[in-house]
Design a binder for this molecule. Structure first.
Ligand code: HBI
Ligand code: FE
Length: 289
């Protein structure tokens, strides 16, 4: 999960591209247990909820032993399927380093895991979010290309000062995206599939809006990082998402976005394709305390 760009200081053990050795042997039995608990809980909950390519991709995480995946073994499997690898980073890394990894088909994954008493609370993306949430779809050839295209687009967006607009595309697809599959809605965003609560809420609750995905619309929409989303965007398929990202000329789009105001999370526009007009009851109850 990504939360913009605070000022980050590179720790002395990190290379200039912000990678660190995973040092897998350092993880304790308790830390491996946290992974196993989260893994069992989510793999049980996701059939019927997660998009089929995600469920298929979970196979790539079935490694030779349980516990936190060894990135070398994981990368070897992933490399054979789609040419991606997983590299360890200390936590959030700067946008340019993050995009450069994606553009080169390397997924940066946090080299730490949440504690057993905070299974559902995350301040920074940990190895469970990053690997369970993101890696299965990197085994899908089309989604794998989308992630690379996003990284390339990210590097270009730096020149336009448009990162926060492009970050919204990532947020509403890679992190919190929904997809139509047959006649059902399914989850595919890493922030949802790795969350025990939101993987139910995103599909079953009457509270959030569910709107048809539109690239420009998504890039105008604010998002919240502190609780369940109030609006989700639904794509038809990964092919369409990849195609739009590759074919859109982002320079004129960014200039146009400069002239359009940002949209608050709950706004519904006349041109939106509304699948659910949410009650927002969940967010309203939270706000009321
Ligand atoms: N770093 N480790 C890590 N994980 C992210 O998801 C991440 C990041 N740095 C920047 C970033 N995301 C975002 O700013 C981009 O998604 C736009
Ligand atoms: Fe993430």
């Amino acid at each position: 999960m990504a939360t913009g760009s605070p000022t980050l200081t590179r720790p002395p053990e990190a290379a200039t591209d912000w990678t660190v050795p995973q040092d897998w042997d350092r993880f304790t039995a308790e830390e491996h247990d946290v992974w196993d608990t989260l893994f069992a809980r989510q793999s049980k909950q996701l059939p019927g909820r997660a998009a089929q390519p995600f469920l298929d991709g979970l196979d790539v995480l079935h490694l030779s032993r349980p516990g936190i995946p060894n990135f070398e073994e994981l990368s070897e499997k992933l490399m054979k399927t789609t040419g991606w690898e997983v590299v360890a980073v200390p936590g959030l890394i700067p946008d340019d380093a993050f995009f450069d990894h994606l553009a080169n088909r390397r997924f940066p994954a946090g080299n730490f895991i949440r504690t057993a008493d905070q299974l559902d609370y995350l301040q920074e993306p940990d190895v469970f979010h990053d690997v369970f949430g993101h890696v299965p779809l990197l085994a899908d050839p089309v989604f794998a290309d989308y992630m690379q295209a996003y990284g390339e687009g990210g590097l270009r967006s730096l020149k336009f000062g448009a990162i926060h607009k492009l970050a919204r595309l990532y947020w509403y697809t890679v992190e919190f995206g929904l997809i139509r599959e047959d006649d059902d809605l399914k989850i595919y965003g890493a922030g949802i599939v790795s969350s025990h609560g939101e993987s139910i809420f995103a599909l079953d609750s009457d509270s959030p809006n569910r709107l048809g995905f539109d690239l420009k619309r998504t890039m105008r929409t604010e998002y919240r990082i502190d609780d369940y989303q109030q609006t989700y965007f639904v794509i038809d398929d990964f092919e369409g998402l990849l195609q739009q990202t590759q074919e859109t000329d982002f320079a004129p789009l960014y200039s146009e976005l400069e002239t359009l105001e940002d949209l608050p999370v709950t706004t519904i526009l006349p041109e939106d394709h509304v699948m659910t007009h949410g009650t927002q009851a969940y967010a309203l109850a939270k706000a009321a305390g």
